[in-house]
Structure formats: structure tokens, C-alpha cells
Design a protein. Sequence first.
Length: 39
Amino acid sequence: MIKMLFEGKAQSFLWAFFDGLLLLRAEGIELGWEVDEVE
């Protein structure tokens, strides 16, 4: 049960992290920045 709870938290953290990366990348493209360093 604790393992499931931990996996749920880790998954939501990963999703938040990827959302942040996508947001940064989208904003960078809009402003004409090169955001290739993120990869």
C-alpha cells in the first residue's frame, strides 16, 4: 500500500516536471530561444 502511494506521488511529480519542461520549451520557442539544452 505504501509502495502504491509512493508510486502515485512519484508519477504526479514526474508529470508536473514534464509539464514544466513543455511550458518552458513552448515559451522559449515563442520568444525565439534555443531550448535544446533541456534534452
